[in-house]
Design a protein around this ligand. Structure first.
Ligand SMILES: Cc1cc2nc3c(=O)[nH]c(=O)nc-3n(C[C@H](O)[C@H](O)[C@H](O)COP(=O)(O)O)c2cc1C
Length: 215
């Protein structure tokens, strides 16, 4: 386990607020594009943090599926653990870890289900197998064995043969996160990392305050 003791040099790429778009969602889009261009594996993968009614946190990876000038979207099962926790407390964190670029983006914000029409559109774009799996899986609930799930999918394949429309289950859909803070982190030599954080501020001309944080 050499990784526990090695010190990686994170390079000399610098980050100034002037390098970033005044809108953090647009600045994020540019970094996501850079991650895609650099060939980062699953560049749209992000770790979503939620808290339960007792304030205990949990996290899991999901894929970013939508992005515009005011929010991030992913799709999930609303009855899952994360779905239940968001229903009770919409405060979430998102973390995009782009280690091979010495970059991360940390978001804090508020999550809410997307409009049904947007969820319908996301569902329609999914491959047939993924749509059937969304119908079959009670995400986050225990199940006796894998065979039970496989047989549920087999039943659904008969009920919805190729060419027959598969209805979006009400428990599945988009989740939209509107950020209150977005931090761009650029790793640098000797742990002198650059951190630029946007804080939502309706009184600011751009709607955002921008500050530099110590590494
Ligand atoms: C790379 C990757 C991508 C994933 N994408 C999604 C996703 O887009 N939506 C989703 O609900 N789960 C996704 N998962 C599964 C989640 O990490 C998680 O297991 C599931 O959502 C249940 O989480 P929960 O029990 O905390 O609600 C993904 C997992 C990985 C490793």
């Amino acid at each position: 386990m050499d990784s526990l003791t090695t010190h990686t040099d994170y390079g000399s790429t610098s980050l100034e607020s002037a390098d970033l778009d005044p809108n953090p969602l647009r600045a994020f889009a540019a970094w996501l594009q850079a991650a895609e261009d650099a060939g980062v594996y699953e560049p749209n993968a992000m770790v979503v943090g939620t808290v339960d009614a007792q304030g205990a946190p949990s996290s899991r990876t999901v894929l970013l599926k939508g992005l515009d000038d005011s929010g991030f979207e992913f799709v999930t099962n609303y009855s899952s653990r994360k779905g239940g926790e968001i229903a009770g407390n919409p405060a979430v964190s998102l973390l995009f870890p782009w280690y091979s670029l010495n970059r991360q983006v940390c978001v804090r914000g508020t999550a809410a289900p997307t409009a049904a029409a947007a969820s319908d559109a996301y569902f329609a774009r999914r491959p047939r197998g993924a749509r059937l799996a969304a119908l079959a899986s009670e995400q986050s609930r225990p199940i006796d064995d894998r065979a039970t799930l496989v047989s549920r999918v087999a039943e659904l394949e008969v009920r919805y043969p190729e060419g027959v429309e598969i209805p979006r289950p009400a428990h599945w859909g988009g989740m939209r996160v509107e950020p209150v803070s977005v931090e761009f982190w650029q790793g640098r030599t000797s742990r002198m990392h650059d951190r630029i954080r946007y804080l939502c501020d309706p009184a600011a001309a751009t709607g955002w305050q921008v500050e530099r944080l110590q590494p």
